[in-house]
Ligand binder design. Sequence first.
Ligand code: NG1
Length: 440
Amino acid sequence: MAVTLRDVYGAEAGVQRARYEAALDLFTRTYGPGEVRFFRAPGRVNLIGEHTDYNHGFVMPVALDKDILLLARPRPDNVVRLSNVETDYPAFSFNIDQDIPPGPAGDWGNYARGAAQELARRLAWRLRGFDGLVVAEPPYGVPRGVGLSSSSAVTVVVALTLAILNDWHADAVTMAQLCSQAEWYVGTRGGIMDQFISLLGQRVHALFLDCRPDAQGGYETEQVPLPQGYSLLIADSGVRHENARGEYNHRVAACRAGVKLLQARYPGITHLRDVQDVAWEDLEPRLPEETTVGQLSEQGIDLGDIPGLTARTPLKVRARCRHVWTENLRVEEAVVALRDADVATLGRLLNEAHASARDDYEISCEELEHLVATAREVDGVVGARLTGAGWGGCIVALVRADAVNALEAHLSTAYAAKTGKSTSIFACRSAPGAGECSFE
Ligand code: NG1
């Protein structure tokens, strides 16, 4: 069921209406007059729980008020035609099928192809396509490639549009699972966090998500209220790591190697989460500080279908697993702190999570370190950490509402002075999850 712009954007509904109307105008000029429907999917900031999702661990993201819009008109055939308001994202089309040939690596259309292919495989009936226009430009769109999940928002919005236009009304959990599978199409072995929060987000709440499915394939979730009188401020380092996807897959591989090595002692385990109740001291001696894919293979350990690994790929198994194991504990503690509105504890956990991401998971960089350290200098900041996959992208700071302006000013001045780069900063206003929406 479509919700109104007011339901989604609250007091911002007026400016959003102007954005939607401008998009409608462009849609009509591109595809001609007729019926148009509006779909949206938000990006996210992860408050805590980094690189735990693909280990079946705990995460706690928040849906952003920055989103990706898709204006769509159903077609009688199985063709999807998509164009983008931003001309550096070229238009493309494809036929919906259970095996859709991918475009070149890095092609934004692959997120749409992945979503359509996954839906076609699940539903196994002939799906009708649509003519669509994607709208994600600043300041209301999800910034691209900065760790705020713009790619998942595209996948989610395309999957949701296709599902609704074909009268398939799946629950959010089914849809989120489908979308995370769809993203494997582009060659990453990511987890389920981004798609879940994009679909299940709620205003002024973080989503606690246990990424381990239960026996029925369901997931435990809890909407946890964000603390009153505090804001989440996001600052973008402007750094984009070229090989972030390759590094990401190496982290996935190190965790998988850890599981395979631990299986000698704990035979039934499939993910690091399955040893969460074992003391770290018992796990540590079984995990080598450093090994390689080739050495593991000589021991009969096969890491499966992770793209981009060679025999010489080094894997720091012990430190990577330690991060995941300790991060899960921090998320559990953070849920309790939020339930109790214990901001000081939450701030400490954010800081500890950052240290673990930097030292054990090695996903930080000089610019993120600078932003985090600078943020913590401001009175009223209770915690700050890198957020998202890492190697650049953004930090998130938990700050007293009356200190937001001071933090913004300090960060932009100090960051420019230190790095010569500018940082874009915005407050994270939480938003509802993805769906169809209408003007009234
Ligand atoms: P971002 O920051 O959007 O690249 C990635 C993964 C998440 C999660 C985080 C790290 C995808 C689509 N997203 O997010 O599942 O693993 O890194 O916590 O792979």
